[in-house]
Design a protein around this ligand. Structure first.
Ligand SMILES: Cc1cc2nc3c(=O)[nH]c(=O)nc-3n(C[C@H](O)[C@H](O)[C@H](O)COP(=O)(O)O)c2cc1C
Length: 165
């Protein structure tokens, strides 16, 4: 089963966290995962993917304009209806709007008929309610790395459970 992470990133934080999600996905047997920047998505691969996670930096307490445009203009081409989807963000402040951004991404996916999932608190720690958040180097973003990898694993396991390998 293919799985994809699609992100916007300017200074690399959202890219790095997205690659950790893909690493976690790839640790699940039968899963082939790749991470793509919105400027260079392998649409054939993403179309085939049964699980897609979207990521954005937070700008002014929202996802970026580029990510918003991607969701409006391009994500409709990914056949999201019935797929398992999730979302993550990176931000500068814990109060900077990161979870609002996750909700924005998930709302887009729901509009396109996707099945939204994160695992929430059902696996215990790390509890990841809506999706993982990384706070940038003002707080050393690497301390959040494990959450992203674990999240990728949980998303991929659920996708395999739903759709098979
Ligand atoms: C124009 C701009 C606006 C930003 N606005 C916010 C914000 O509202 N809240 C916040 O927590 N961080 C904000 N940030 C910080 C970024 O979200 C953060 O550094 C993020 O990790 C950058 O992601 P990237 O390295 O993938 O580009 C802003 C950064 C820029 C450049």
């Amino acid at each position: 089963m293919k799985a994809a992470v699609i992100y916007h990133s300017v200074t690399g934080n959202t890219k790095n966290m997205g690659e950790l999600i893909a690493k976690g996905m790839n640790s699940v047997e039968g899963v082939e995962a790749k991470a793509f920047p919105i400027e260079n998505v392998d649409t054939d691969f993403a179309n085939e993917a049964k699980c897609i996670v979207f990521g954005s930096p937070i700008y002014a307490a929202h996802i970026t304009g580029q990510m918003m445009n991607y969701m409006l203009a391009e994500a409709g081409k990914l056949a999201l209806a019935g797929k398992l989807v999730g979302a993550y963000t990176t931000a500068q402040y814990v109060h900077g709007g990161a979870e609002l951004g996750i909700r924005e991404l998930l709302d887009h996916c729901m509009v396109m008929g996707a099945l939204v999932y994160s695992g929430g608190g059902s696996f215990g720690k790390p509890v990841i309610h809506l999706g993982p958040v990384g706070i940038d180097n003002t707080l050393d973003i690497n301390q959040f790395a494990e959450n992203f990898e674990v999240y990728g694993k949980r998303m991929a396991r659920k996708a395999v459970e739903l759709f098979g390998e």
